[in-house]
Design a protein around this ligand. Structure first.
Ligand SMILES: [Cu+2]
Length: 274
């Protein structure tokens, strides 16, 4: 348990003790992180959990990021999953319950821990079966900002990812502290089934590269083409006009529209202009 006045707790959850879990925390997180609300996906809160013991539940949830209702995969009802705040030196207990219809897992990205706690299925961990709760237990031997995510199927792409912030055991020097700390996590979302998306990319890696031209491309092309054009000289223009006039005159004689004498005078008059 962390003392109420510790810098760790006061920065993370000023109004409550540790072990904040469940949906209720999302509301609390949203209030505490009000300044970050502009970055949230509509309909989701920014949850933040801190302490040394966590109950995390992986569930499917209805999700609407684009106006088209879809299903996402959430932790404790949150997409992205709740930010976890740990403290260097603590030994953590993380109970992760899989409420999906398929295997799941949580991989603690970049964290030093025993291999069986790493959370990558197929190595020294078999994954978390549907309905099962797996307890991760390990000491925190580092500090810094990391992230955690599912390592099963495309659950990460569907929402099972979040930041991990580990406070150093020794408080930072006053001079190294900012006035306020913000956690920024960027991600993207597709309404398309990520399995299908991946299959398409495996078959054709440029499938989503539409090669659409832009207005900028058009003006670049125009500039390049104009540079290539060699404009005719005045002399060349005059000669071309004369050729056309003679051609029209001969055509006139051939089809009998004009009198031959008139033609001759006409052509001579035009030639004089040059
Ligand atoms: Cu990872």
């Amino acid at each position: 348990m962390i003392a109420e006045n510790s810098p760790f707790l006061s920065r993370a959850t000023p109004s409550r003790r540790c072990f904040v879990t469940g949906l209720a925390a999302i509301g609390a997180g949203a209030v505490l992180n009000r300044s970050a609300a502009w970055g949230q996906t509509p309909g989701t809160g920014v949850a933040e959990l801190s302490g040394a013991a966590f109950d995390l539940s992986i569930d499917p949830i209805p999700f609407n990021a684009t106006g088209r209702p879809r299903m996402a995969t959430a932790i404790n009802g949150s997409v992205p999953a709740p930010t976890l705040r740990w403290r260097e030196g603590d030994t953590l207990t993380l109970n992760v319950t899989n409420r999906l219809a398929e295997d799941s897992s949580i991989h603690w990205h970049g964290i030093y821990l025993p291999s069986e706690m790493d959370g990558v299925p197929g190595l020294s961990f078999r994954g978390i079966a549907p309905g099962e709760t797996f307890t991760y237990r390990f000491p925190v031997k580092q500090s810094g900002t990391y992230w955690y995510h599912s390592h099963s199927g495309f659950q990460e792409q569907r929402g099972v990812y979040a930041p991990l912030v580990i406070e150093p055991r020794e408080p930072e020097a006053e001079s190294a502290r900012g006035d306020r700390e913000h956690v920024v996590m960027l991600s993207d979302w597709t309404d398309e089934n990520p399995d299908r998306l991946f299959r398409k990319l495996k078959k054709q890696s440029d499938y989503y590269n539409f090669r659409q031209r832009t207005v900028g491309d058009f003006f670049r092309d125009v500039r390049a083409e104009v540079r290539k054009v060699t404009w005719p000289t005045m002399d060349e223009l005059k000669k071309a006009t004369l050729v056309i006039v003679i051609f029209v005159a001969i055509l006139g004689i051939v089809i009998g529209l004009m009198d031959a004498t008139f033609q001759f005078v006409f052509v001579k008059a035009v030639a004089k202009l040059f």
